[in-house]
Design a protein around this ligand. Structure first.
Ligand SMILES: Cc1cc2nc3c(=O)[nH]c(=O)nc-3n(C[C@H](O)[C@H](O)[C@H](O)COP(=O)(O)OP(=O)(O)OC[C@H]3O[C@@H](n4cnc5c(N)ncnc54)[C@H](O)[C@@H]3O)c2cc1C
Length: 461
């Protein structure tokens, strides 16, 4: 079994030849730091809107090296943040509903551009399932459905599936019921990143790889190879942001780990079903997420080691053996028919979490400094919407996107160490205990331990 090596997604499709690094100091109209989805989509829409713009993208490794080439491949319309917190903005609840509508449309926008640019990323819009495997999880699902209805989301946006309805789609051992949202697609994440990078470079964006940016200030991105001077400098570094000077407490690099099976036999797929390719998660506090891959495997992810002291990063995605064992147990429990396929690869990556779990898209017209990120694990579609929004903000265009409630949102900073480390590790210890308590009991009540964890962490539900 392979471990790390960035991700299964990259190894499966093959790493692309490296693009050359920045050859020396240069001027541009817009400098973008980071070639994940956020940076690439921003560059894409800037060039579409104004082909004459000189756009430079600076990437420390290669395009798609970060979360964008390692994620679970859910192109999800899930709000990256808390409705209540966003509703405190000037647009109130209407603003939140508009942001959610835009996110749903974004799933189709990603599909549209993929087709238009010839990006073959195995995208299938099959919706997404959140499955309950204990009475407490099921009670939470039903409560969540009520909340969704309270926000005006009808059955076309989310609906409850009884046990039999769920089983007709996919066989998950111990499942009681599920919520189903049609606005989600499955994708091969690295193929999307690679295709997007090619489209961006083909449109005339200067994309430099192996070029770490050492500091960002108004009008300037500084690298060892030279400076890029531009009236607009955009930070698109999500989970890696803590490494930049002055940004140590802006976004917490939260780890997420994944495993993938070998290809399943026809008999195993017959037993499991899953013909609709819905993305699938559970309603545990330390939840998992999974997809049926285009090449007939199951890829499943979960938190693993949630956070490394001092905002430390992984080494090219290498995962602890204990995490692989833990995710493997969950996979075999949920999909016993997949056991025979074994495990082919495990990897991990970091996503950016703000202290209030709400994403931000922002650009200061006085300094020309902007950034987007903090999607808290829901960034695949959100990065597209953020990229379109950053492009409008840079061009000074007033659009329906530039008044969305995440524009200019300010999150508090994270606590300094060791409080940050103790808080996050303690939170996930609480969640895991709460999951064990709920699975062991028959009560439909959420464990008090989990409720305490939610209050301390501020995680939105
Ligand atoms: C394991 C995992 C599973 C996930 N699953 C899902 C999912 O299924 N659905 C979903 O919606 N979201 C998911 N996410 C989150 C989602 O992948 C991210 O939110 C999204 O990819 C963020 O894109 P980004 O471009 O902002 O950041 P990234 O993709 O992390 O890109 C940032 C880029 O900036 C570069 N960089 C950083 N610092 C510098 C510097 N100083 N100089 C130059 N370059 C720099 C990095 O090398 C990297 O390429 C997951 C994340 C992980 C880790």
């Amino acid at each position: 079994m392979q471990n790390g090596e960035v991700s299964f997604w990259w190894q499966a499709r093959g790493l692309p030849p490296r693009r050359p690094p920045l050859p020396g100091s240069t001027d541009a109209d817009v400098a973008i730091v980071g070639a994940g989805y956020t940076g690439l989509w921003t560059a894409y829409y800037l060039k579409r809107a104004d082909p004459g713009l000189r756009v430079v993208v600076l990437e420390q490794h290669f395009a798609g090296y970060g979360a964008s080439g390692r994620n679970g491949g859910w192109v999800t319309a899930t709000l990256p943040g808390s409705r209540t917190r966003y509703a405190r903005g000037p647009q109130g609840q209407a603003g939140v509903r508009e942001l959610e509508r835009q996110l749903r449309e974004t799933v189709d926008e990603v599909a549209r551009v993929s087709q238009a640019e010839g990006i073959d990323a195995g995208l299938v819009k099959g919706g997404t399932l959140s499955v309950a495997t204990s009475a407490a999880q099921d009670a939470r699902l039903r409560q969540r459905l009520e909340q969704e209805r309270g926000w005006g989301d009808g059955p076309g946006i989310v609906r409850y599936l009884e046990k039999d309805e769920l089983a007709a789609r996919v066989q998950v051992t111990g499942a009681i019921g599920a919520l189903y949202w049609p606005d989600c697609a499955r994708v091969q994440p690295a193929s999307l990143a690679a295709g997007l990078a090619q489209a961006v470079a083909g449109a005339g964006v200067s994309l430099y790889e192996d070029t770490p940016v050492r500091s960002i200030s108004a009008g300037l991105a500084r690298t060892d190879a030279g400076d890029v001077r531009a009236p607009f400098v955009l930070r698109c570094t999500e989970g890696f942001t803590a490494d930049l000077p002055g940004q140590h407490r802006t976004l917490l690099p939260m780890n997420s780990s994944m495993i993938v099976t070998g290809p399943l036999s026809e008999a195993a797929w017959k037993a499991i079903g899953w013909d609709g390719c819905e993305t699938l998660g559970d309603e545990a506090h330390a939840y998992i997420y999974a997809q049926r891959t285009a090449d007939g495997r199951i890829a499943l992810g979960g938190r693993g080691v949630p956070y490394r002291f001092g905002s430390g990063l992984d080494h090219d995605g290498a995962v602890a053996e204990s995490t692989i064992a833990q995710l493997g147990r969950i996979l075999r429990r949920m999909f016993p028919a997949a056991t025979g396929a074994g495990l082919d690869h495990a990897w991990c990556g970091v996503l950016g979490v703000p202290r209030d779990w709400c994403a931000t898209v922002t650009m200061d017209p006085r300094t020309g400094l902007g950034w987007a990120g903090g999607y808290s694990g829901h960034g695949v579609a959100a990065a597209n919407l953020a990229g379109r929004t950053l492009a409008d903000l840079v061009r000074g265009v007033d659009s329906p996107l530039t008044t969305l409630p995440w524009v200019g949102h300010r999150s508090p900073r994270w606590e300094p160490e060791p409080a940050r480390w103790a808080g996050v590790r303690g939170l996930y210890a609480l969640y895991r205990t709460a999951d064990r308590v709920e699975t062991a009991g028959r009560s439909g009540r959420t464990s008090l331990l989990a409720r305490a964890g939610d209050v301390i962490s501020g995680i939105p539900h």
